[in-house]
Design a protein around this ligand. Sequence first.
Ligand SMILES: Cc1ncc(COP(=O)(O)O)c(C=O)c1O
Length: 432
Amino acid sequence: MNEAVKPADAAFWSRARRHLLRYGGNFVPFVPERAEGAFLYDAGGRRMLDFTSGQMSAILGHCHPEIVATVRETVGKLDHLFSSMVSGPVVDLAEALARLVPSLPRVLLLSTGGEANEAAIRLAKLVTGKWEIVGFAQSWHGMTGGAAAATYKAGRRGIGPLMPGQYAIPAPNPHRPRFPGIGWKQELDDSFALLDRQCTGNLAAFIAEPILSSGGVLDLPPGYLAALKEHCRARGMLLILDEAQTGIGRTGQMFGFDRDGVVPDILTLSKTLGAGLPLSAVMTGDAIAAVADEREFLFYTTHVNDPLPAAVGVKVLEIVARDGLAARAAKSGARLAAGLRQIMQRHACVGDVRGRGLLLGLEFAGHGGRSAGEVSEAVTAAATDLGLSANIVRVGASDGTMRIAPPLNVTDAEIDLGVELLDRAIRRATGA
Ligand SMILES: Cc1ncc(COP(=O)(O)O)c(C=O)c1O
């Protein structure tokens, strides 16, 4: 930050550097002391507009009063239980989720996205009796064993062997087609033809995000999911959809797959389901659940089906439905996308604006002798300085896509402020 570091800040950062193990690059030079709605505030009262909903999760904004009340009330009554006990909030949430996706009425509640994908992959292996897993080359599914082995965006180096039998195919990228002139359908068909040659006849599942968020906000084109499901069906594979970021209204519909009308065999939800609190879910159909029962599916964790996060999930779904937040995300997303497109027209360093609902990406291009990565880093730093939190994901060696995903209840004024701050940040970073 440009501002002089206060003595207290220097002491804070020295303690942080001394005692925190780094896990993913640098820390943001802003220390929130409290959060409310779409804003974070530091101890000096400086505010930061949170355009990533924390880690793409806080869809109701921070410290939503009804979520605060639910946590207070539940933790004083029923906090954590022996993992084989079930309680009211757990069944309530499973039932509410099943109402949203009637063909996937069997629900397992866990804590994180990685864990939900881990369980989904384990379930797919057990039920199909096979063990090869396919994902997209730009995917992110989590940091635990099976989920990490299906994650190709980052994190595959320096940790020894991952799971055997993992394959990746490229996700389509209309802004940067790998083979210009070749459509997504041809690319998908070719990828599966290649998979057929590489695999050992043990393909268990394909795991996919409807919009690859960490991969650069790559929205699978309409028709893609149906074609992917057909490829899976033809090979006796299950389709797992990971809606960590796209689920619960983010895209302008309740789930990303709603646009395509393609229900997966297994659906995982996380981040947005707890609106920022640790809650995830695995959902599947009765037939898969029956085979899993018969084969004694095991996914026994300390916090499986815990009542406290489940109560939060029930409240989140209630608020999203009551306040029409999916439709609101569609409307607010259109306003935000229009603002971002104006920014693209004004600044040569912006190459593309894409996404759906309130999950948008703004891709930078090289400018003024600087690479896209350098431009995007300079813009992010300027935005932080100006009071806007948005983060950059790297797509390729030199590209940078800014991920923008405000809370679903963001106001028009907050959207306009975010667009204005981003415009100023780009001007500051590029000297335009
Ligand atoms: C699509 C997707 N799936 C899974 C995960 C992993 O979730 P968690 O970090 O809660 O384990 C992430 C995290 O960014 C994600 O973006």
